[in-house]
Design a protein around this ligand. Sequence first.
Ligand code: ZN
Length: 426
Amino acid sequence: MIVRARTVVTMDGPPIENGAVAVSGNRIVDVGRFDDIKTRNAGKAIDLGEQVLLPGLINAHCHLDYTWLRGKIPPQKSFTEWIRAINAEKATLAPKDYIASINEGFAEAKRFGTTTIANLTAFPELIPQIQPPVRTCWFAELIDIRAPERANELVDSAIESLARARPPDAQWGLAPHALFTASKDLFRRCEEIAQREHILLTTHLAESREEMEMFRVASGPLYEFINSIGRPMDDCGSKTPLELFLDLIGSGGSPNRPRAIEVNRPYPSWIVAHLNELTESDFELLERSNSKFHVVHCPRSHNYFGHGPFAFDRLRSFGFNICLGTDSLASNESLSLFAEMRAFQKEFPNVSADEIFQMVTVNPARALRYENALGQIRPGFGADLIAVPCSTSTDIFEQILDFDVPVSWSMGNGNVIASAPGSAGC
Ligand SMILES: [Zn+2]
């Protein structure tokens, strides 16, 4: 099949005017100017007309479990109050509700041009009952605050559910929820398994001022709340969340510190969500760190909580790979990555639209270990493509960011999943 569009944005070189992509099975086999593509490739051609053809978008962090919680929790006085509120809402949902909520989330993400999702679920046992309509990297979200002695058991049973349910070629992983809800043993077990199975790891880190207050000075609302649940609080009172995390993953600041992981084994690369609260000494650690993990910023969830400014420029200058995510609808209003890009642009007007678009294509592909398969339109890459209307009037990437309705045409893994009324054979 040949797909022709006014412009093809490959993310692998300059946009191609009057471009086309040849697809065979679930792979892209050729990309270039339409005249050349049709000479070099046989097959049916469809013309998407005045549209720009793009790589499908990749959401690097979300929780479809909570799609049903859209609009249920107004912004709270504090992060801790929000945790209490979401816990109360979660208590009203049964497994069948979560399945419906996850399915609705997938459908919405797909409508807005997302073709790959890194989805954290607190219910890995439900995965076999769900058929995702888009490529999904499932992460089992793990919390052992109420039973830390069962950390290994929790990880092992999550691995069993995930291994049974995931498609054979998909990336997947483990998500110890956060330093304040997952024990050190849980983090260590996750790392051990990630080494063994070569799977992905993600966590929430340094998200709120209250998390910083809890760990650094052993006080504040989150400290009080977590303490009341019975978590041992002996790691509170000196270090920042980032320091504790780097200690745990074996790459702390001191050069003399023994690494927790053998150096000759591949190091698990973490995908760290948020990283909002950092001290000057944290920045020094990050600059020196040889473990440049991936970072996910969720602009609209960030605004909902009123977190301090995200240190995009510094993190980028230190070499961190920065991606965008929607987080869940318990702190966001939609699963559109276009809206997420616009929120980011509002926050960082000096960052080019082209670079922002990389944060939902090339960068998350790298974080999810799909750098040779997704996020760009290149021969050999997966046929995940979307189209949005364009004209010649303004910068093509600005037009992409302005797009705010469901996409009219998309292709996932070589299958057309939405059709534009105007597209015609050519
Ligand atoms: Zn999250």
